[in-house]
Design a protein around this ligand. Sequence first.
Ligand SMILES: [Fe+2]
Length: 271
Amino acid sequence: MQYDGLWKEVSKKEGSASSPIHGLTHWRRVFENGLMIARETGANIDLVEFFALFHDSCRLNDGKDPDHGRRAADWVASMRSDLPDIPEDLFQFLLEALRDHTHVRYTDNIHIATCWDADRLDLDRVGTIPDPDYMNTEIGRIMARNGGFIMEALEKFVERLIGSIGCYSHKCETEMYSLKKNDKNMKGRMGVFAWVKELKRDDKFEISTYKTMGDEANVSQWSDKTVPGMHFVAKHKDKGEGTGIVFYVKRGGKGHDYEKAVRSLRAILLK
Ligand SMILES: [Fe+2]
């Protein structure tokens, strides 16, 4: 972040910064979203950073507080001389973005549009799926459809997945990762318990594991599909021990499909 000092100052603000819903962690995610959107829209990054930092900083509570946008705009306007890097026209857009983010839905201004979409894309923190129809930018609409991501690649998905499960991964082939219990490749103790690959055409990821493992952890019933002869086991030789179970997670998925896969794989890991 360009304005670390300012973030530290505003973060000390009583009430608003510590809110788990509208506080600092939300401001940071709005900035991250804003950066992704700005790469496409060309919005000014300083403006996006100031919006992320200030837009909810004058909230008095986490409920209905329709004036918090106007208060933030007034506060920032009073600090004009502390924000010298931002040209006057952009400063006026920033004030408009702050003032109106509470009640105006659409705008043609790319700077303001970027800020509002960045904020609205973080709605899933309160259990509301971001609605593409409430977005102002094309990239915002794409991100809303992809669970907040522009396009989640296999590598990124695996990173997210192992973080949620609490395991390690290994890139086995160009198009596949294995999930494993152990960090190091100890002889015979890789502890591989699942494989992940991308189904590009269907815009989803496939996580497969052996049914014997799923049965042992009592999670096979949660899988989306059962397949005979997984990976290296020839189907005609498969007497049941090579049977696999499969979980599907849509690209960027954070909902039920993702949770179900994570919960099942964690149970397998802990067996
Ligand atoms: Fe917000």
